[in-house]
Write a protein that binds this ligand. Structure first.
Ligand SMILES: [Zn+2]
Ligand SMILES: [Zn+2]
Length: 226
């Protein structure tokens, strides 16, 4: 994947202090990849070769379609289907169809690229935290880290940060994640109580409970409910 697609200034992503910053980083990267694949990458033979071979998962086909370039998606599918026809089946020497090749797991070009890039960007985040005082303050001011991204941050820090910086990084990341988990528990309980026949169901009594189900699922899975 081209470097200009995957290099994202971390501080800028942390600046809005709105939700999980790593979810935002992931969304920016995903959007850039979808736009690149249906745009300039149409003319890049090495990328086309990979997308022909791997195809995409359902979620990423949807993201490609959302770019509103149906012809690009059509051309990508045309060559992917052709490649599948060539490689997904086994034939006998006489050309008789024998069956289908087993596939180890559902591959997706975007998922694979995202994995690599997210790993790199999270590692950059840890290094930035270690290097810059201002970023350390910005990191501490985040409203929360969702559970999968909180875990990714602490696991990556274990392998990239010097030992003496570990405790502070682990603590602030865990704190931000746990505080939000506690707030969510309250909101979800409030949501459930609102269904009790004795509850005052007026608008103002809902507080933060109304979207707590969607927010809890997003916190647990790092994915928004659409
Ligand atoms: Zn997240
Ligand atoms: Zn995918």
């Amino acid at each position: 994947m081209r470097a200009d697609i995957t290099s994202i200034p971390i501080s800028e992503v942390f600046e809005p202090k709105d939700g999980c910053p790593i979810c935002r980083l992931h969304a920016i990267l995903e959007e850039r990849m979808a736009s690149y694949i249906t745009g300039p990458a149409m003319m890049e033979p090495d990328i086309r070769q990979e997308t022909n071979r791997l195809g995409f998962c359902h979620g990423h086909y949807r993201k490609l379609l959302a770019q509103r370039k149906r012809l690009s998606v059509g051309l990508i599918l045309e060559s992917h289907l052709k490649e599948l026809e060539k490689n997904a089946f086994t034939t006998s020497l006489t050309g008789k169809l024998k069956g289908m090749q087993a596939k180890a797991k559902e591959d997706c070009f975007v998922c694979q690229q995202l994995d690599t890039s997210m790993h790199q960007l999270i590692s950059n985040t840890c290094h930035l935290w270690a290097r810059e005082k201002d970023f350390r303050a910005l990191y501490a001011e985040q409203p929360y880290f969702c559970l999968p991204h909180g875990r990714m941050l602490v696991n990556t820090a274990l392998s990239v940060l010097p030992k003496k910086l570990q405790p502070d990084f682990q603590q602030i990341t865990a704190e931000r994640t746990r505080e939000y988990l506690q707030a969510l528990q309250e909101d979800v309980s409030h949501f459930c109580k609102m269904f009790d026949y004795r509850s005052d169901k007026s608008e103002e009594n809902w507080g933060n409970a109304k979207d707590s189900i969607e927010r809890a699922i997003a916190f647990l899975t790092a994915e928004e409910i659409e």
